[in-house]
Design a protein around this ligand. Sequence first.
Ligand code: NAG
Length: 179
Amino acid sequence: MTKSGEIILIASFICLFSLFGVIQAEGEAPAPTQTQTQFRVEGRVFCDVCRVLFETRLSKPMSGAEVRLQCRNQTDDSETFTVEGKTDDDGIYSLLAERDHENEICETILVKSSMDDCNEIPNEKFTKESARITITNKNGIVETTRHANPLFFFKKEVSPECTQVFKELELLPEEIDQN
Ligand SMILES: *[C@@H]1O[C@H](CO)[C@@H](O)[C@H](O)[C@H]1NC(C)=O
């Protein structure tokens, strides 16, 4: 047998065995129950160049931003779950929350910026900006991917282009009135 023939034969064996492994694993897996559901929490992180805490056309998706998903017991406020992650090239994070988090307060918060001139974590009423999410399907929501509200790092100084954006935003109520 040629060298390449041998390699193909070995490769085929490996494939066959891994296939058996998969079949076996599937056969042994316990029937999934409600409590074993995994949830994925997704959201976007922006550099908020206008310091307004909402998305404008100037908001820049931030890649490599560090975020944390944390859950607390609703009754005694103790920490029940925490996981950290980073945003991808599009400024999107995707965190895995194992098990159901009914009766817990879960939120995503900013941990660390990847931009030197846009690293201020906004404070809202003396608490850090956060995005609340419910991580349970006991409320009838079957979808296991949850979308959190976007999170914003403040740029140190408001960009000059924001003046125009503010004008555009102020025009909106007038336009609505005319219709
Ligand atoms: C929350 O805390 C209370 C009181 O300590 C406890 O009885 C309850 O089981 C906890 N709930 C969760 C979801 O951990």
